[in-house]
Design a binder for this molecule. Structure first.
Ligand code: AR6
Length: 230
C-alpha cells in the first residue's frame, strides 16, 4: 500500500487516523472528516429562473452574515461550469466584502463528485422542489441519483413537503453511495422562490417577495448547517 512509502506511517496510521493534511490538523475535528464544509448550489437561478444579479447580492450578504457564526467551518458555492455567471458575480461581489476567502469561496464541479476534485464537503445543499421528490432535472436529480434510494427514504421520514424559503436537514445513512464514496453525512434540502410560470408557486416576477424568500432560504440553509456543525 502507499503507506509503506511514508517512513514511520505504518505504525501511526490507522483506519481512524489516516495521514492528516494541514486543514484537517487545524480543524480539531475528526481527521477523517476534516474542516466542516457546506457545498451549496445557487438556489432558484436555473430552473426557477430567478434573476442572477439579485441572487448574487443575496448570496454574498447572507454569507457575510453567517460565515463568522460557524467557527472554522466553510461555505462553498458550487456550479457545473467555468462559464457560470452566478459564480463570477458572487466572486466579484464577495471580494469587496470583509469575508475570509478560506471560509467562503466558489468552486467549479458537480456537487455530487467533489471529493475526486479534492474538495471534501460533509454537507451538501439541494435546490429542491416543494414535494421533495427525486428527479425533475438540475441539481435535485443529480443529488437524488448519486445518493441512491436511501436519500428518498430518509427524506420522507423527515418531511413530506417544503414551503418556499425553508430548509430541511436529512441525515444520510452510511449505506448511501454519497456517504460512502463522497463522505457526505447530511443533505439539506432548500426550496427557493420560483419565477418560472411552468412550475408551482410562481411569483410572477414579484421580486419584493422573491428577494425576501431567497434571503430566507439562504438563512434557513446556513442556520441548518450551523446546527449540524455545533
Ligand atoms: N452540481 C452543481 N451544481 C449544479 C448541478 C450539479 N450536479 N446541477 C445543476 N447545478 P436548478 P433551481 C446548478 O435548476 O433553479 C429541479 O428540477 C445550476 O447550474 O437545479 O432552484 C427541482 O426539482 C444552478 O446554478 O435549481 C426544482 O423543481 C443551480 O445548480 C427546480 O429544479 C440550481 O439550478 C429548482 O430550480
Amino acid at each position: 500500500s502507499s503507506d509503506k512509502t511514508i517512513p514511520g506511517s505504518s505504525s501511526r496510521t490507522t483506519k481512524e487516523n489516516p495521514t492528516l493534511n494541514e486543514g484537517q490538523e487545524q480543524s480539531g475535528t475528526c481527521p477523517l472528516e476534516g474542516v466542516p464544509t457546506l457545498a451549496f448550489p445557487s438556489i432558484s437561478t436555473a430552473d426557477f429562473q430567478f434573476n442572477i444579479e439579485k441572487a448574487s447580492e443575496i448570496i454574498v450578504e447572507t454569507v457575510e452574515e453567517f460565515v463568522n457564526k460557524i467557527g472554522n467551518a466553510r461555505l462553498v458555492l458550487v456550479d457545473l461550469s467555468h462559464g457560470s455567471k452566478i459564480l463570477s458575480l458572487v466572486k466579484t461581489k464577495a471580494a469587496t466584502k470583509n469575508i475570509d476567502p478560506k471560509k467562503f469561496f466558489t468552486f467549479v464541479g458537480d456537487i455530487t463528485k467533489l471529493r475526486s476534485r479534492s474538495l471534501h464537503c460533509n454537507v451538501i445543499a439541494n435546490a429542491a422542489n416543494w414535494r421533495l421528490k427525486p428527479g425533475g432535472g438540475g441539481v435535485n436529480a443529480a443529488i437524488f441519483d448519486a445518493a441512491g434510494p436511501e436519500l428518498d427514504t430518509a427524506t420522507k421520514k423527515r418531511a413530506g413537503s417544503l414551503t418556499p424559503g425553508k430548509a430541511v436537514t436529512v441525515s444520510l445513512p452510511s449505506t448511501s453511495p454519497l456517504f460512502s464514496k463522497e463522505g457526505v453525512t447530511h443533505v439539506i434540502h432548500v426550496l427557493g422562490p420560483n419565477m418560472n410560470p411552468k412550475r408551482p408557486n410562481c411569483l410572477k416576477n414579484d421580486y419584493n417577495m422573491g428577494c425576501k424568500v431567497l434571503r430566507e432560504a439562504y438563512s434557513s440553509l446556513f442556520e441548518s448547517f450551523a446546527s449540524i456543525v455545533r
